[in-house]
Write a protein that binds this ligand. Structure first.
Ligand code: FES
Length: 102
């Protein structure tokens, strides 16, 4: 039987006051977030049962406090906490039972 508890908490999303998007700064970052009025092109997409897709250059803070920079136009952040390349999604969520998917 598998453990239904994720190994790590998923990263949080926010933006820095300097305009550089940051994941993991919590409420303080959310207060500094610019108004987004183009909802046709979201910056963050939560994939059902899969990763969180983020657009653009970001700094992602993991549960250890380590910061990782995105290098792709769109990056996939693991939400199931089972990836071997955390905080990035490596596709492991696809082989998990439905009860363990985010
Ligand atoms: S969401 Fe965790 S490996 Fe894809």
């Amino acid at each position: 039987m598998s453990d239904p508890t994720p190994r790590t908490a998923p990263p949080r999303v926010g933006r820095s006051g300097a305009g550089v998007p940051v994941v993991g700064e919590g409420e303080r970052a959310a207060e500094a977030a610019p108004v987004v009025d183009d909802v046709s092109r979201p910056d963050v997409v939560l994939c059902p049962g899969g990763p969180m897709l983020v657009r653009g250059r970001l700094v992602v803070e993991d549960d250890q406090g380590l910061r990782h920079t995105t290098h792709r136009p769109v990056s996939a952040i693991c939400r199931c906490s089972r990836s071997a390349t955390l905080p990035w999604c490596d596709g492991t969520h696809k082989v998990l039972p439905a009860t363990l998917r985010p």
